[in-house]
Write a protein that binds this ligand. Structure first.
Ligand SMILES: Cc1cc2nc3c(=O)[nH]c(=O)nc-3n(C[C@H](O)[C@H](O)[C@H](O)COP(=O)(O)OP(=O)(O)OC[C@H]3O[C@@H](n4cnc5c(N)ncnc54)[C@H](O)[C@@H]3O)c2cc1C
Ligand code: SF4
Ligand code: SF4
Ligand code: SF4
Length: 386
């Protein structure tokens, strides 16, 4: 096996294959890594409902096996959990993650918050996550089903499909849902990293041939650690693999490009340029409801300054203007390293679209510097550890 090779793979365990999003390969790779001692702990999501899940760090193979399945309405950030709780203790860990999670992990590694050498990362392709509360509303009002009746959701061929307890399957076009204000979170619509090739393995359903859809995962080997993970799972009898076809590889590239093109369109729509003379008033207006709770900083994977941060310690009696120094400092401080995960928007009690405001600085800046935050251990243009 070599870095850069692509495979189709699936779990050998019936119940994991059944429960898994597309064949249960990811769950099986993580479980095998734990069982065979490649790692001491695994970070996965413990499902509470279709709209809620808890990130857990576990050494139980059974708990890992129970995590199978994709939760599209759970926009959880996994990098901060990993950094805060584990790798600094020196444990070897395997984790799952969407592209923004993996990018957050790299940015945290650059700030000594995660030991990437001890971390095996199984990346998931990602078309986007949905806000849980709005998704429930959409289910009631557009799909006309009780959200509690949903047992599974799937995104396929531009449609968002919900399956209910009584076996019903209802599909609607994502484009149309998003025009109505539902669908993916706004930052996901202009997210440009769709396949996490910075992880050790990049897994997804794009490129899986029709006959195997839902039963196999397309996996790209992205590093030596990725080879270790896959070979360990094959040797432990957890997964089976076959080489991906050229047709599958090309189909995956094509969908990725279509998603990136779509992201460009959404970027224009959601982040229209503001005339110079209106900029200050725009930011004052957008930020006027801020209550200064600091949640947007706490949740951010690229914030590592801790209690001595410039953004919080420089707030003083001088900071009496409606546009707080806290925000101005943060906009500039992390514009080279924001990974556009959207967590700051999700947690804001004042419903300020922080991620979108940050993107107005981060996207053009990172473009100008030809730097995509969180893809490698290359330092961001304005890097400082603290
Ligand atoms: C929100 C989301 C969107 C996706 N969009 C695409 C896409 O557009 N195109 C594509 O090719 N593939 C996409 N995938 C990946 C795909 O759904 C499968 O996860 C992948 O094919 C692996 O399937 P599997 O059966 O091997 O995974 P499984 O064995 O079912 O393992 C799934 C793993 O994902 C973790 N997980 C579940 N929900 C989340 C979440 N919200 N955030 C982080 N981790 C989670 C679980 O903890 C589990 O470890 C997406 C996945 C997610 C979570
Ligand atoms: S920001 Fe990107 S990677 Fe993260 S959930 Fe949204 S689409 Fe997926
Ligand atoms: S500023 Fe917001 S979007 Fe950017 S990395 Fe931090 S939490 Fe994520
Ligand atoms: S989370 Fe919202 S209210 Fe709290 S400090 Fe950030 S912008 Fe202000």
């Amino acid at each position: 096996m070599n870095v850069g090779e692509c495979y189709l793979g699936w779990s050998t365990k019936d119940e994991v294959r059944e429960k898994g999003a597309s064949g249960g390969l990811v769950t099986s790779v993580l479980a095998a890594a734990l069982e065979k001692g490649l790692v001491e702990k695994v970070l996965v999501l413990k499902k509470i409902s279709e709209y809620d899940a808890e990130p857990i760090i576990t050494d139980s193979v059974d708990e890992v096996l129970e995590s199978a399945g994709s939760l599209h309405a759970v926009p959880v950030g996994l990098s901060k959990k990993l950094g805060l709780q584990l790798t600094r203790l020196g444990k070897k860990i395997a984790t799952v993650g969407k592209p923004c999670d993996v990018r957050g992990m790299y940015e945290m590694a650059l700030r000594d918050q995660i030991n990437i050498d001890n971390t095996y990362i199984v990346g998931l392709n990602c078309g986007g996550t949905m806000p849980p509360i709005l998704t429930r509303k959409m289910l009631r009002e557009v799909y006309e089903i009780d959200p509690e009746e949903v047992v599974e959701e799937e995104i396929a061929k531009g449609e968002l499909i919900f399956k209910t307890k009584d076996g019903k399957e209802i599909a609607k076009k994502i484009d149309e849902l998003e025009e109505m204000g539902y669908g993916r979170r706004e930052n996901c619509r202009y997210c440009f990293v769709k396949i996490p090739t910075n992880a050790d393995l990049a897994c997804g359903n794009w490129g899986v041939p029709k006959a195997k859809q839902g039963q196999a995962t397309f996996v790209e080997v992205c590093s030596e650690k990725g080879i270790e993970l896959l070979e360990n799972a094959v040797n432990a009898g957890y997964i089976e693999l076959e080489s991906a076809s050229e047709k599958g590889i090309n189909a995956r590239k094509k969908v990725e490009q279509a998603m990136i093109d779509l992201a460009s369109k959404w970027r224009e729509e959601l982040l229209p340029s503001i005339p110079d003379e209106e900029r200050l008033s725009f930011y004052i207006k957008e930020l006027e409801d801020c209550i200064g709770c600091g949640a947007c900083k706490t949740v951010c994977p690229v914030c590592a300054c801790g209690d001595d941060s410039k953004c919080t310690t420089m707030i003083s009696e001088l900071d009496n203007h409606k546009i707080s120094l806290y925000h101005l400092i943060r906009f500039l401080h992390i514009m080279d390293s924001c990974v556009a995960c959207g967590m700051c928007t999700d947690v804001c009690p004042a419903e300020i679209k922080m991620s979108q405001l940050q993107a107005r600085f981060s996207l053009p800046f990172q473009e100008e510097k030809e730097y995509v935050a969180g893809m490698t251990l290359e330092k961001p243009p304005f890097f400082e550890v603290r």
